[in-house]
Design a protein around this ligand. Structure first.
Ligand code: SAH
Ligand code: SF4
Length: 370
C-alpha cells in the first residue's frame, strides 16, 4: 500500500498538480489549500467547500500531519516553545515570540547543522538531516492554529503570527528547495499571506545560495556576521573559509538590488573578549561602509559546556554606541524565554546530543582560542 500523501508537503504548485491527478481544476487546488492553510481545517469532512466525491478521495489517499509535539511550554514573558519529534531520535524546536505590535515565529529548517559555528549549540549537535516541506510549514501551521485556539473559544480567523524568521535550528540555505517552497506558502494569499518583508531568512553566508534566493524568492535577509575580519570569522563561522567576507559583502550588495526591504540585517553574537572590542566595532563600520544595513547585536546565550561568556552589558552598550556614532542603526536583541531554554542557540541541544559532539567540538574550538 502506498503511503498517504501528506498535504502539508505540497507547495502552491504542488496542490495544483495533486488535484490535477484527480482530474480537478486549479481552483479546487486553491480551495483545498485555503481549507488547510488559511482556515486550519484538518478534518476532510469539514471541508464543505469541496465536493463530497473529492473529500472522499482525499480521505482515502491523503492526510494532514505536522511533526508530533513532544513538549509545549510557555515562558513567563509569553514566549512559547514547541519541541517536535521528527523521528529517529531527532527533535526540532519552534518558538513563538509575542510582542506589542507583532507575533513572530522562529522556525527550524534542519535537524542539527553542518556549519558548526563556534558558539552555537545546534552546530555542536552535528547535522542529522534536512527537514521536508511538511516539517517546515508544519511548524507554522501547528503554531498558528494552536495559538488561535488558545486565544478564543470561538474559532477565530484573526491571524496571530505576523512575522516568520528562519532562525531556528539549521542553515536554511543548505536546505534551499524545501525552505523556498515553504516560504512560497507563507507569502501566498491562499495560505498565510505574509508579505516578503515579514519573512526573514537568516544565513551564515552561503554566497551562491544568497544569489539564488535573490533570483527565486527575495525575502528579508539577515546575515550572521559575528566578526569584522576573515581571521576571526574563519574561527567563529567556519564557512567563512569557503566564502570570505569580501565575497559575502558583494553578495549582500547584489541582494539589496532585489530585497523587499532596503537594508540587510547583520546579526552579531556578542562574545566576551572575542569579538566585542572597540577595534572590532570600528572594523565593522569600515566593512559595511556605504551599505544599507542594520546591526542586531545578540547577547551570547550560554549553553552547557559552551565555556564562552556573553559580553558585559557596558561593553555591548559601548560597542553599539560606536556603531551608532558611525551612522548605523543598531538593535540589541532582548533575551526572551530564557526560563524555557527558548533563547537563540539553546534549541533542542539539551535534549538531543546523541553523538556527544558538543564535548569534542568545544574542546577543539576552545583550544584554538587559547
Ligand atoms: N543558521 C542560520 C540561522 C539559524 S541561527 C544562521 O546562522 O544565521 C540564528 C541566529 O542565532 C544566528 O545569527 C546565530 O549565529 C545565532 N546564534 C547561534 N547560537 C547562538 C548563541 N548561543 N547565542 C546567541 N546567538 C546565537
Ligand atoms: Fe548552523 Fe546557524 Fe548554528 Fe552556525 S549559527 S551552526 S549556521 S544554526
Amino acid at each position: 500500500m502506498t503511503e498517504a500523501q501528506n498535504l502539508l508537503d505540497l507547495d502552491p504548485l504542488g496542490f495544483v498538480a495533486y488535484c490535477a491527478s484527480f482530474g480537478e481544476k486549479p481552483f479546487r487546488a486553491r480551495q483545498l489549500q485555503r481549507c488547510i492553510h488559511l482556515n486550519g481545517i484538518s478534518d476532510f469532512d469539514a471541508m464543505t467547500v469541496l465536493s463530497k466525491s473529492l473529500r472522499d478521495k482525499l480521505k482515502t489517499c491523503s492526510s494532514i500531519r505536522h511533526p508530533p509535539v513532544l513538549k509545549d511550554c510557555t515562558s513567563e514573558d509569553g514566549t512559547r516553545k514547541w519541541l517536535l519529534d521528527i523521528g529517529s531520535g531527532n527533535a526540532i524546536e519552534t518558538v513563538y515570540i509575542p510582542e506589542q505590535e507583532r507575533g513572530t515565529l522562529c522556525i527550524s529548517s534542519q535537524a542539527g547543522c553542518a556549519v558548526n559555528c563556534f558558539f552555537c549549540s545546534t552546530g555542536k549537535q552535528g547535522f542529522s538531516r534536512n527537514l521536508v516541506i511538511g516539517e517546515i510549514i508544519g511548524q507554522l501551521w501547528m503554531a498558528e492554529f494552536a495559538l488561535r485556539a488558545s486565544r478564543s473559544r470561538v474559532p477565530s480567523s484573526e491571524r496571530v503570527i505576523t512575522n516568520v524568521v528562519m532562525m531556528g535550528m539549521g542553515e536554511p540555505l543548505l536546505n534551499f528547495d524545501a525552505v523556498v517552497s515553504s516560504m512560497r506558502l507563507m507569502i501566498d494569499d491562499h495560505s498565510y499571506g505574509l508579505s516578503r518583508r515579514r519573512v526573514t531568512l537568516s544565513t551564515s553566508g552561503l554566497v551562491p545560495m544568497i544569489d539564488r534566493l535573490a533570483d527565486e524568492l527575495p525575502v528579508a535577509l539577515a546575515v550572521s556576521l559575528h566578526a569584522p575580519n576573515d581571521t576571526l570569522r574563519d574561527k567563529l563561522v567556519p564557512l567563512n573559509k569557503k566564502y570570505s567576507l569580501k565575497e559575502l559583502m558583494m553578495a549582500c550588495r547584489r541582494y539589496l538590488c532585489v530585497a523587499p526591504r532596503n537594508f540587510i540585517t547583520f546579526e552579531y553574537c556578542m562574545l566576551d573578549s572575542i569579538n566585542d572590542s572597540d577595534k572590532c566595532a570600528q572594523q565593522l563600520l569600515a566593512l559595511t561602509r556605504d551599505m544599507s544595513c542594520k546591526f542586531n547585536l545578540i547577547p551570547f546565550n550560554p549553553f552547557p559546556e559552551s565555556r564562552l561568556l556573553c559580553s558585559r552589558p557596558e561593553r555591548i552598550k559601548r560597542f553599539a554606541q560606536i556603531l551608532i556614532d558611525g551612522g548605523v542603526v543598531v538593535t540589541v536583541r532582548k533575551t526572551r524565554g530564557a526560563d524555557i531554554d527558548a533563547a537563540c542557540g539553546q534549541l533542542a541541544g539539551k535534549v538531543y546530543d546523541r553523538t556527544h559532539l558538543s564535548k569534542r567540538n568545544l574542546q577543539n574550538a576552545s583550544a584554538s582560542f587559547m
